[in-house]
Design a protein around this ligand. Structure first.
Ligand SMILES: [Zn+2]
Length: 334
């Protein structure tokens, strides 16, 4: 069985797989972080482990063949970004929510490494993202970075003194589960007032549905919910209602922005990073509406050394982080 990838002696192309909730992306990453032979299909993660391995192997093979057809060097290893929690040492997924139960405990790294006869490295999507931004993106040249993704969920990856912070059982970096309100609503993880419950897309939508389940006066939000039914509301609909002046929606959005700012102050104080890099669909859609209040809060409430040091910036690599990060993951990762 191919072993986990060791540090290669020279920069070389790496075959990359980004197993996401929506898409299965593959490409070859060269030493400069450039991608060739990209492929993207619908993600089969709601199906069983066998379907995922079959689809990923086929797509990775196509990618490898297409890359070779351009005259590129053959990839020397496989880097995999997947939803956490997972164990990068054994290459096993643990129990990622939203993934088919047959994938819980499944040794994805060894299965794909065997199928492709390549050494493999596997890590959580947010760790792969911070490695990508660190090497080729908004964090290039800085030793202390925190990456935060604000999307359907909220996750993070931390690089401190140039090294990925992994923590016990490699579980560190769950920035979505910072408590920002001891009396807040219950998070998907079961605890109260977490950042993810207040500021993620899922959390924002849930707050809207909970408000509509009461007799609260939210005419625009209610009308949008009726328009979208039977599909549930999403964060974009809550934002639409807020933009139209719905007081309940405005309150949910304002709370999401305040909770994010509070968490960023804690992150700045804890890690004294050079950059806090913010990616994910909501961060992209909201831009400075999300980031500027966080910058203002850091200026007002973080320790002076941390506040002077940190810049809170948008991610630079967009959806490509899960692919580009395969190179530093294989070369310098776990
Ligand atoms: Zn939580």
């Amino acid at each position: 069985m191919p072993a986990p990838a060791q540090q290669p002696s020279r920069p070389a192309p790496v075959l990359a797989l980004d197993l996401g909730g929506t898409h299965l992306r593959t490409a070859v990453v060269d030493a400069q972080g450039a991608l060739t032979a990209r492929r993207r299909t619908r993600s089969p993660i709601s199906q069983g482990a066998a379907a995922v391995v079959e689809a990923a192997t086929r797509q990775l093979d196509e990618t490898r063949v297409a890359h070779r057809a351009t005259g590129g060097e053959p990839p020397v290893a496989l880097g995999i970004s997947a939803p956490g929690p997972l164990d990068p040492v054994s290459g096993r997924l643990i129990d990622p929510p939203n993934l088919h139960h047959s994938l819980h405990g499944f040794a994805l790294g060894p299965a794909l490494g065997d199928a492709l006869s390549l050494p493999w490295s596997l890590d959580r999507d947010t760790n792969v993202a911070v490695l990508a931004e660190s090497r080729f993106g908004a964090g290039a040249g800085f030793p202390d970075l925190v990456y935060v993704t604000v999307s359907t969920g909220i996750g993070g990856g931390i690089i401190t003194s140039g090294r990925l912070l992994t923590g016990g059982q490699r579980a560190a970096g769950e920035v979505g589960h910072i408590s920002v309100d001891m009396d807040g609503p219950i998070c998907g993880c079961g605890a109260r007032g977490h950042l993810e419950r207040l500021s993620s897309g899922t959390g924002i939508a849930r707050s809207a549905h909970e408000a509509l389940d009461t007799d609260v006066h939210a005419p625009v939000l209610r009308a949008i919910a009726a328009r979208e039914a039977p599909r549930p509301l999403e964060a974009v609909h809550v934002d639409e209602a807020a933009t139209a002046g719905d007081a309940v929606a405005l309150d949910i959005i304002a709370r999401a922005i305040r909770a994010f700012a509070a968490a960023i102050v804690s992150i700045a104080n804890l890690f004294a990073p050079d950059r806090i890099i913010v990616g994910g669909g909501i961060a992209i859609a909201w831009g400075d509406r999300l980031l500027q209040p966080a910058r203002d809060a850091v200026e007002a409430h973080a320790f002076r050394v941390q506040a002077a040091r940190v810049r809170i910036v948008p991610a630079a690599l967009g959806d490509d982080v899960g692919l580009i990060g395969a190179l530093p993951l294989v070369a310098f990762g776990v």
